[in-house]
Design a binder for this molecule. Structure first.
Ligand code: FE
Ligand code: FE
Ligand code: MG
Length: 163
């Protein structure tokens, strides 16, 4: 990013980069958790749930892309190793050791709730001080709220007895 573009950022850029990298780690781990979950999914509504998990995986990857581009503008470097992703992540990685669709939904709902909390905090950090990052975070936060809603709706659908 240009000199002026960086000058208008009203927060500590180093601290912001640290927070963006942590969110970036979350996105990669969420991506893999969804992606591999969609491959191993078994049980009720397997087809439709696997499809939704795969779609969310791609959306998490797109979030990682948005974050890495913003970090580059701010002069930062993304985390470079899987070890660093695990270490820096806020929400961690929940291996889908139980492939049952209900277990997968519960696991990923937990992940989305952590993501919502993380972005809510990041939003508060940049609000009114860095409009570009603020807009980006809002966009991602909106997606995460949608993800939670999608998964909870599917969990609800599972309760409906099959006629
Ligand atoms: Fe995400
Ligand atoms: Fe999400
Ligand atoms: Mg969805």
């Amino acid at each position: 990013m240009g000199t002026k573009g960086r000058e208008i950022v009203g927060v500590d850029v180093k601290k912001l980069l640290k927070l963006l990298n942590k969110a970036y780690a979350d996105e990669w781990l969420a991506y893999y958790q969804y992606w591999v979950g969609s491959k191993v999914a078994a049980g009720r509504m397997r087809g439709i749930i696997a499809e939704e998990l795969a779609e969310h995986a791609q959306e998490e990857l797109a979030h990682a892309e948005l974050l890495v581009n913003r970090m580059a503008q701010l002069g930062g470097t993304p985390l470079l190793t899987p070890e660093a992703l695990l270490k820096e992540s806020n929400c961690g990685y929940d291996a889908p050791t139980d492939p049952d669709t209900r277990a997968l939904l519960l696991q990923n709902i937990k992940g989305e709730q952590c993501a919502i909390e993380t972005y809510r905090k990041l939003y508060d950090f940049v609000k009114g001080k860095d409009p570009i990052t603020e807009k980006l975070i809002l966009q991602i936060l909106e997606d995460e709220v949608g993800h939670e809603e999608d998964l909870e709706a599917m969990l609800e659908d599972m309760k409906t007895p099959v006629k």
